[in-house]
Design a protein around this ligand. Structure first.
Ligand code: ATP
Ligand code: MG
Length: 481
């Protein structure tokens, strides 16, 4: 740690100080940037608070900078942004806020520095560094934020019931910072989250999801989910995930707790430097287990079809959470649907045809799928884990061999519906679809290669067996195919 935090030695900060002095506004660098200086975390967003008009200060600083950057003013918020080569500056006048119960939009009035610090979310975010001539660079720490940084504690500056009730998003932020920084949440602050959890309902889903995604991108996201669960927030913001928790027993048979299993899988994929979407696939891979759970006296607990149901749910879960519904969602959906397939391959003797089918269905997502499957082995028995992982090595070797031979990853069948219609003089119909599927199956089975010279004669022979008349025999695939 870098204590006390030191302002970086940049002319920029002197320039701000000069402009503030000319206007007669005491000014401070405040909040996250100061915290991150102390923690030696890289950070580029600098928030400047002045006791005065923040927009005026921003404009005055803009005029003093050599390249005269454009100031962007947000009149409604009383803030202004100023881009500089290394640092994004945001200016605001010190303010106090008063809240009404039904909304997280406060009434804002000009205030003192003390009032401005008091409305901040956590003590570690209520630190300031002076930009004033008399004590340039001096630390402002009214709420013992430095001690909390040293101790690794998230704590509100004021009564946490008031801080959280005023702006319930801060409950998500508390858990997000605890997860990102691997800090504890102070017990009084944590209890207040549990007491005020229902207030999260007035926060927009977009803002909740922004915090949730930051938790998911942290080095150990399981910690954040455990805090969300323990505080009671998880059932409110993501009920299906909360339902994974719990173990049911019938006689000898207990199933594993799918919540803790899912968190282990999530932490495991993080180890593979997974992006946000592979992490979401880990979160959702068993999401439909509670809905498919059955007890069969002969075999114990089963979750048949949880992968298909989970995949069917994925678009709605994404929509509810206001996550994007494009390519990312489809990748997650595909991984959820296919997550049992590589394990199934391990169990039987691996045939080329099974490998081909998997490659065809997974396409470019095959690497992510294998990462997910490896992460999904969470047995406490180390030898068992090692055995499974070795089996996966065999599958992956096979995947590579078949891929090299057949190039199936982004495979497009050479025999299109167009070709079939031209050849047999058919109109678009179910019959065309069936012929196309038959060719595809033959290719995946390894009976023919995905090349016109092999697949087309196979199609002609199939047509003959079905009594179809050849209207036009093609010598090569039509241009543009
Ligand atoms: P990060 O940039 O990593 O999200 P940050 O602490 O910089 O972390 P910002 O959202 O950029 O967070 O906010 C900057 C500062 O504004 C915070 O450090 C905190 O002092 C204050 N702040 C932000 N959001 C809130 C809030 N909802 N309630 C109270 N204070 C807040
Ligand atoms: Mg910030």
């Amino acid at each position: 740690m870098n204590l006390p935090p030191q302002l970086p030695d940049l002319p920029l900060f002197r320039t701000i100080a000069d402009a503030a002095q000319e206007l007669g506004y005491p000014a401070y660098v405040i909040g996250g940037f100061v915290r991150d200086l102390a923690l030696q975390r890289p950070s580029k967003d600098v928030d400047v608070v002045c006791v005065g008009d923040g927009i005026q200060l921003a404009q005055a600083v803009g005029r003093k900078l050599p390249n005269r950057p454009r100031v962007t003013v947000f009149k409604n918020f009383g803030t202004a942004m100023l881009p500089t080569p290394d640092i994004e500056l945001e200016f605001v006048g010190a303010r106090k806020e008063s809240y009404r119960a039904e909304s997280r939009k406060p009434e804002v009035e000009a205030g003192t520095l003390e009032e401005d610090l008091a409305r901040r979310d956590f003590t570690i975010n209520a630190l300031g560094l002076s930009l004033n001539a008399e004590d340039f660079g001096a630390l402002v720490d009214r709420y013992n934020g430095i001690q909390d940084l040293k101790d690794g504690i998230i704590r509100t500056p004021l009564d946490p019931d008031i801080t959280f009730s005023d702006d319930p998003l801060r409950m998500m932020r508390a858990i997000r910072f605890a997860t990102q920084l691997n800090f504890d949440i102070d017990p009084d602050t944590f209890d207040a989250i549990a007491r005020n959890k229902e207030r999260i309902r007035i926060v927009s889903q977009e803002r909740i999801t922004t915090e949730l995604n930051k938790i998911i991108m942290a080095p150990k996201p399981s910690y954040g989910f455990k805090l969300l669960f323990a505080s009671g927030l998880l059932p409110l913001i993501f009920p299906k995930m909360a339902l994974l928790q719990g173990v049911e027993k019938r006689g000898q048979h207990a199933h594993k707790d799918n919540f803790y299993h899912t968190l282990q899988v999530l932490d495991n994929v993080v180890e593979t430097r997974a992006d946000l979407w592979l992490r979401w696939a880990a979160i959702l891979h068993d999401i439909a287990k509670p809905a498919t759970k059955r007890f069969d006296p002969k075999v114990g607990w089963t979750f048949h079809g949880h992968e298909d149901k989970g995949a069917r749910w994925t678009p709605n879960i994404f929509a509810d959470l206001k996550l994007p519904l494009g390519e990312e969602m489809r990748m997650v959906q595909k991984l959820v649907r296919l997550h049992l397939r590589p394990i199934a391959l391990v169990k039987e003797t691996v045939t080329d045809s099974a490998v081909r089918r998997l490659l065809f269905e997974a396409g470019d997502d095959i690497d992510n799928l294998m990462k997910l499957c490896r992460a999904d082995i969470t047995s406490k028995d180390h030898q068992r884990v090692a055995r499974y992982l070795r089996n996966f090595d065999v599958v992956e070797q096979k995947l590579r061999e078949v891929e090299e031979k057949d190039h199936l990853r982004n495979f497009k069948p050479v025999i299109t519906g167009e070709i079939i219609m031209q050849t047999f003089g058919l109109a678009p119909s179910k019959a065309v679809g069936e012929l196309k599927d038959a060719v595809l199956e033959a290719i995946l089975d390894g009976q023919v290669r995905n090349e016109f010279g092999e697949a087309y004669p196979w199609l002609l022979a199939l047509g003959q067996r079905k009594g179809l008349e050849v209207k036009q025999e093609l010598a090569a695939p039509p241009a543009g195919e």
